[in-house]
Design a protein around this ligand. Structure first.
Ligand code: ATP
Ligand code: MG
Length: 653
């Protein structure tokens, strides 16, 4: 672990600072001051500049029905128009918008003009099926050009999409369709993942058979060519109907508050919530974060590895990059097929300049590179990279250092972006040409975002003291509602404990006592109390991951008669899973290591070894399940978003 305060920063190079959209810390501070001085002016000015409005707005923020805030409410716009038509009008029609790489390595490029045509035809096909403004459309597609096209087509006609990740079961799909009350489902015959063709339509059929009364038709995209049963009168091949459509589709101008999409959260902490997003405020933050955080430039090749089934894929694949006229990668496959060098090879082949991925992927690729030298990133030419990003979970300092050194060649800043499905875009993040970096810290709030760390009463705590992460003012891209459940919205995000005045993120955080930098310490229910000492799970996990043998770790508490709570660690080693005497030996070694790194109080009482940890389908560790395992209980919670149920058996005490 790094020690001296004088050495803790990684500074951007002079060249990075010089060329960045936000150039230097003074520029960052000026933006923060601008927003502090005139909050609505700050957002209003950017909304005018960055979005093409069909009807300009006259009011920036309407707080009259708080916490149901409205932004730019009397303005009208269309997101698809802002992503596609305006790029073509600016002369970018022949610029490549999407570089698609399939699981097997097949490549297709789509220009902005092509994309506009494809979206318009698809939008007309939706209309031909009777889909109207405000209707919900569920999209259950793999990572594909059609996935982006379908989302943009919904936006074009004012239909509200809700994407369900292609890895979800029939039951999860049916639950989401019914919660959203969707009229149409878009799916495909199948999907290619890791060298296998997996079914999709048959799962969708099972979901619909279980009872989805609101669905009237199903559009089926061809991908794998698998034999597919079609239900007469309900199912239609997308390519056949799209071929008959006109390639002109006038955008539907919608109010800024019109729901662009619903998206269900990962379910890391409980039952997934249908997060409702707006049109205008959401688009503004998507564009602004592309500019400030990713410093997007015309020549960049941008690659966000998230699936369109997650919010990251919405904001940083389907909307943000296209609204900025960027060229981006859309990848169908997985990071480990045909081998764990896939990401690095793709960066080399497509000369990717900005790469945005998740800590879970980094940790698994570190493990792979350590075990198999042939897939080590040093085997690839990664010199096209200029900026790296991380999202989804806290990134352990050890993984950060590896990413910085091995992928970024020591020269690329890493933007560790903290945000949530509910926030629509980045909330706390470095800006690459401004913020000196500290591994493991998401650093400082995005300009215009008023994040703070408070105690149980909502009072701000001093820097250096852990607490609850909140946002003090509403912001344009924030969640508008939990679909159909306004009460749960208020209770979850604007709880009475804070007089309904603070947005509760659900995460714990601590600000560095010298710099004020934020570090996320884990979910609020993940704070441990051992003999009266309060500790974030994240700190112990990072200490474990800093040990040379450890690939991944998750820490939870379990009730203990003596200490109130006892620490239980679940650990994945880089090598094979140890058993018997070997396990006992490593257990001792790791206990002593944590004792040395943090202090004896942080020593895990129990350590269990697995080949993996229970994760959501977006790759996040599901600590709530581990808490039950730590107590020796059977799992009784919602596991609909669990990726690898089999792993639970390995981790029982
Ligand atoms: P649910 O709300 O259903 O429990 P979830 O919170 O995992 O699911 P997401 O909205 O996908 O669903 O994830 C947001 C959460 O991910 C944040 O609240 C935070 O815990 C974590 N997170 C995301 N990015 C970062 C980051 N850069 N650093 C630390 N934590 C992060
Ligand atoms: Mg959450």
């Amino acid at each position: 672990m790094t020690s001296e305060t004088t050495q803790k920063f990684y500074y951007p190079s002079e060249e990075v600072v010089k060329n960045a959209a936000v150039s230097g810390m003074e520029a960052y501070k000026a933006l923060v001051a601008e927003a502090d001085k005139d909050y609505e002016g700050f957002w209003g000015k950017r909304a005018k500049e960055l979005i093409d409005w069909q009807t300009p707005f006259t009011q920036v923020l309407d707080e009259s029905n708080a916490p149901f805030f409205k932004w730019f409410a009397d303005g009208k716009l269309n997101v698809s128009y802002n992503c596609l038509d305006r790029q073509v009008q600016k002369g970018l029609g022949d610029k490549v918008a999407l570089i698609f790489e399939g699981d097997k390595g097949d490549i297709a490029k789509v220009t902005y003009s092509d994309l506009l045509t494809r979206v318009s035809k698809f939008a007309n096909a939706l209309k031909a099926q009777g889909v109207k403004k405000g209707d919900r459309v569920v999209i259950y597609l793999p990572m594909s050009i059609e996935g982006v096209v379908a989302m943009q087509a919904c936006a074009r006609i004012g239909a509200t999409h809700s994407i369900v990740f292609g890895g979800f079961s029939a039951q999860s799909l049916a639950d989401r369709i019914n919660d959203a009350g969707a009229v149409l489902l878009i799916t495909s015959d199948g999907q290619n993942r890791g060298g296998k063709a997996l079914p999709l339509k048959s799962i969708a059929d099972e979901a619909l058979a279980s009872g989805c009364p609101t669905i009237t038709s199903v559009l089926v995209v061809k991908r794998t060519g698998a034999e597919t049963a079609m239900v007469a009168g309900r199912d239609i091949w997308a390519d056949e109907i799209v071929a008959q459509m006109s390639d002109v589709c006038e955008p539907e101008w919608v109010e800024a508050e019109h729901p662009l999409f619903l998206l269900y959260t990962s379910g890391s902490t409980g039952k997934p919530k249908g997060v409702q997003h707006s049109t205008g405020g959401y688009l503004l933050h998507a564009i602004l974060t592309m500019q400030y955080t990713f410093d997007i430039k015309p020549d960049d090749v941008f690659w966000c590895t998230a699936d369109i089934g997650w919010v990251t894929g919405h904001t940083y694949i389907t909307y943000g990059p296209l609204a900025c006229g960027a060229t981006e990668i859309v990848f169908e496959g997985v990071p480990t097929y045909p081998d764990a060098g896939r990401f690095w090879k793709m960066i080399q082949d497509h000369k990717v300049s900005i790469f945005y991925t998740a800590p879970t992927a980094i940790r698994s690729l570190i493990k792979a590179a350590d075990n198999t030298p042939a897939v080590h990133p040093k085997q690839y030419d990664l010199t096209s990279l200029r900026l790296l990003g991380s999202v989804g979970e806290p990134i352990n300092p050890a993984a950060w250092e590896w990413y910085h050194e091995n992928i970024g060649g020591g020269r690329c800043p890493i933007v560790d972006t903290f945000w949530q499905t509910e926030t629509g875009g980045h909330m706390i993040t470095p800006l690459p040409g401004a913020t000196p970096l500290i591994p493991g810290s998401c650093t400082l709030p995005f300009p215009g975002i008023q994040a703070a760390v408070v105690d149980e009463t909502g009072t701000e705590v001093p820097w250096g003291q852990g607490g609850i992460l909140v946002v003090k003012r509403p912001w344009p891209s924030m969640i508008r509602n939990i679909w159909g459940d306004p009460e749960r919205f208020v209770k979850s995000y604007y709880p009475a404990d804070f007089q309904g005045k603070l947005y509760l993120a659900g995460d714990g955080a601590i600000r560095d006592k010298d710099t004020g930098y934020f570090t996320i310490t884990g979910r609020i229910d993940d704070v441990l109390n051992v003999s009266g000492h309060r500790m974030g799970t994240m700190e112990i996990e990072s200490a474990l991951v800093a040990h040379e043998k450890v690939a991944e770790a998750a820490v939870v508490g379990r009730p203990d008669d003596l200490t109130g709570e006892a620490i239980v660690a679940f650990v994945v080693l880089k090598g094979a899973r140890p058993t018997g005497d070997e396990a006992a030996k490593v257990l001792k070694e790791l206990q002593n290591w944590v004792g040395q790194e943090i202090g004896p109080i942080a020593k895990p009482k129990d350590i269990r070894f697995g080949e993996n940890l229970p994760k959501t389908r977006s790759g996040k560790i599901m600590r709530r399940l581990l808490r039950q395992l730590a107590k020796g209980e059977e799992i009784t919670q919602d596991t609909s978003t669990l990726e690898n149920p089999a792993i639970l058996d390995q981790l029982k005490g």
